[in-house]
Design a protein around this ligand. Structure first.
Ligand code: NAP
Ligand code: MG
Length: 481
C-alpha cells in the first residue's frame, strides 16, 4: 500500500502534479498519512486504463465462474487484513475500532461474497413470443464505472459499488472521500493477489471538485455510482447529462423514527439511540427525527435522556467507548452551528449541546445531543445534520405520525415501533422511504436493496437490484422464416 500514490492499471504511480495532502486523525488532530492529490490528468490516465481493461482485457471475457472466484478471493483477503483495514478506517473516520472491526469491514467482505455468487447467476430471458422468431435478452456489463464515495462508511459504501460492478464484468475507477482514502488504497494493494487483472480496479485520490468532477465528465466513463450529499448528487446529475451517463445516487436523509404508545419502550429507546448515535450520527439513514406518541412522551423522554447521558464518548481505539469524534473540524463546526440554530429556533435542549471534553482536549468530540419540542418547520428537522443530534417531535395518532414523518424532502429510511401488526404494516406501506424498519433500526443485509425515494436519490444498491445498476439489457431477435 502506497498512500502517496494512485493505483492505476495494476500499478502504483505518483500523481501528475506530484502533490500530496495530509489526512488527519479526528481523535488526535494529528496527521495520519500523506495522500496523493490526484486531478483531471490522473483521472484521465485511470479511465484509459479501466477502458482498456474493459474493451480488450480479460476481465469481462473470462468465464463468470472464474470472475466469481476472484471476487470471493477479494473477500478472503479483506478478512485476512481485517485488523489493518479496521485501524485505517478508524484513524480516518473517528469511528470506534469496534465499529470498524466488527461491523463495517466484515459487512464489506460479506458484500463481496454475496456478489461473488451473483457472477454466475446473471442471465437474460428467453421469450417465446411467436412462431418464426427466436427472441431473448442478454445482460451485459455497463462498461467503465466511476464510483464516488463519502467519508462516513468509506470502505463499506465502496464495496456496495465495487463488488456488484466487478461481479457483472465492469471495470472501476474509485474516487474515495478526501478525508478517508486509506482503506481504498489498502484494498487496491490486495487486488493483484486476488488475481484481478490490471486495470479492472483503479483508485484516484484527490479533491471531489477536481478528481471527482473529472470522473463525472470523462467521456470514457459509462456510469457514475455516487453516495454523498444531495447537493453534490444534483450537480453530478447535471454534469452527467451531457453524455447521458448512467447515474445512481444514494444521498442524504432526515429519516423519521416513529414510536407508538403501544411499543416495547425499552426496545424503542435502544432503537432511537442506535438510530441517531451509531457512528456519531454520520449515517445517511440516521433516525434524526424521533416521533414520539403524545401519551408516552414524558416517560419515554425521561428514560431516553438518562440512557443517553450514560453514552461513553471518547478515544475510538478504547474498547469501552461507544462514540468517537466526528470526522473533521469542519464537520464539527457544521454540527455545532446546527445545535445553535436549534436553540435559536426555540427547540428545548434536553442534553448535550456542545463539544465533549475528552482527555487532553484534542479531537472533534461532540456530546450526544437531544432537542425536544421540535417541529418539522425548524431547520434542525429539515436539514441533514450528519452528527449526533436528535430532534424529537410529538404526534397524536397513526395518521398524524405518518403525515409528519413524510413531511420531508428526503425518503431514505424510516422505522416504526408498535406491537400492533396491522398498524406496523399500514405505516410501512404509507411511509415514502426506501427502507422501513419495524421494531428495529439500522439493520442491513447484502441481499436487501437499499436506496432512496425523493431527494434521497434513486437506484437501489445491494441485492438483485444492485446487479441491475451495473448491467444493460439487450434484446436479440432471430428471424427463423
Ligand atoms: P460530498 O461533498 O457529497 O462528498 C461525497 C463524495 O463526493 C466525496 O468523495 C467528495 O470528494 C466527492 N465530491 C465532492 N464534490 C464533488 C463534485 N463536485 N463532483 C464530484 N465529486 C465530488 O459530501 P461531504 O462534503 O463529504 O459531506 C457533506 C454532507 O453530505 C454531510 O454533512 C452530510 O449531510 C452529507 N453526506 C451524506 C452521506 C450519505 O451517505 N448519504 C455521506 C456523507 C455525507 P471530497 O471528499 O474530496 O470532497
Ligand atoms: Mg462536500
Amino acid at each position: 500500500m502506497q498512500t502517496e500514490q494512485l493505483f492505476i492499471g495494476g500499478a502504483w504511480r505518483a500523481p501528475v502534479s506530484g502533490e500530496t495532502y495530509p489526512t488527519i486523525n479526528p481523535a488526535t488532530e494529528e496527521e495520519s498519512a500523506r495522500v496523493a492529490k490526484g486531478d483531471e490528468r490522473d483521472v484521465d490516465v485511470a479511465v484509459q486504463a479501466a477502458r482498456k481493461a474493459f474493451d480488450s482485457g480479460p476481465w469481462p471475457r473470462m468465464s463468470a465462474g472464474e470472475r466469481g472466484r476472484i471476487v470471493w478471493k477479494l473477500a478472503d483477503l479483506i478478512i485476512a487484513n481485517l485488523d489493518e483495514m479496521a485501524r485505517l478506517e478508524s484513524i480516518c473516520t473517528g469511528k470506534t475500532l469496534f465499529d470498524s472491526g466488527k461491523v463495517e469491514i466484515p459487512f464489506a467482505a460479506e458484500v463481496f461474497r454475496y456478489y461473488a455468487g451473483w457472477a454466475t447467476k446473471i442471465h437474460g430471458e428467453t421469450l417465446a413470443l411467436r412462431e418464426g422468431a427466436f427472441t431473448f435478452t442478454l445482460r451485459h456489463p455497463v462498461g467503465v464505472v466511476g464510483a464516488i464515495v463519502p467519508w462516513n462508511f468509506p470502505f463499506l459504501l465502496a464495496s456496495w459499488k465495487i463488488a456488484p460492478a466487478l461481479a457483472a464484468g465492469n471495470t472501476v475507477v474509485l474516487k474515495p472521500a478526501s478525508l478517508t482514502p486509506l482503506t481504498a488504497l489498502k484494498f487496491a494493494g490486495l487486488c493483484a493477489e486476488a488475481g484481478l487483472p490490471e486495470g479492472a480496479f483503479n483508485v484516484v485520490t484527490g479533491p471531489g471538485s477536481k478528481a471527482g468532477m473529472a470522473l463525472v465528465r470523462h467521456p470514457g466513463v459509462d456510469k457514475i455510482a455516487f453516495t454523498g450529499s444531495t447537493e453534490v448528487g444534483k450537480q453530478i446529475m447535471r454534469e452527467a447529462a451531457g453524455a447521458l451517463k448512467r447515474v445512481s445516487l444514494e444521498l442524504g436523509g432526515k429519516s423519521p423514527n416513529i414510536v407508538f404508545a403501544d411499543a416495547d419502550t425499552e426496545a424503542a429507546i435502544k432503537g432511537a439511540m442506535t438510530g441517531i448515535f451509531y457512528n456519531k450520527g454520520e449515517v445517511c439513514a440516521a433516525g434524526s427525527r424521533l416521533f414520539v406518541e403524545e401519551r408516552i412522551h414524558d416517560e419515554f423522554m425521561a428514560k431516553l435522556t438518562e440512557w443517553v447521558k450514560g453514552l461513553k464518548v471518547g478515544d475510538p481505539m478504547d474498547k469501552a467507548r461507544r462514540m468517537g469524534p466526528v470526522v473533521s473540524r469542519q464537520q464539527m463546526e457544521t454540527v455545532l452551528a446546527y445545535i445553535e440554530a436549534g436553540k435559536q429556533e426555540g427547540a428545548r435542549l434536553v442534553t448535550g449541546g456542545g463539544r465533549a471534553k475528552v482527555g487532553s482536549g484534542k479531537g472533534y468530540f461532540i456530546e450526544p445531543t437531544i432537542f425536544d419540542q421540535v417541529s418539522n418547520r425548524m431547520k434542525i428537522a429539515r436539514e441533514e445534520i450528519f452528527g449526533p443530534v436528535l430532534s424529537v417531535i410529538t404526534f397524536k395518532d397513526l395518521e398524524e405520525g405518518i403525515a409528519e414523518g413524510n413531511t420531508t424532502t428526503y425518503g431514505l429510511a424510516a422505522a416504526v415501533w408498535t406491537r400492533d401488526v396491522a398498524k406496523a404494516l399500514r405505516a410501512a406501506r404509507a411511509i415514502r422511504a426506501g427502507t422501513v424498519w419495524v421494531n428495529a433500526y439500522n439493520l442491513y443485509d447484502a441481499a436487501l436493496p437499499f436506496g432512496g425515494f425523493k431527494e434521497s436519490g434513486f437506484g437501489r444498491e445491494l441485492g438483485a437490484a444492485g446487479i441491475e445498476l451495473y448491467t444493460e439489457v439487450k434484446t436479440v431477435w432471430v428471424d427463423l422464416s
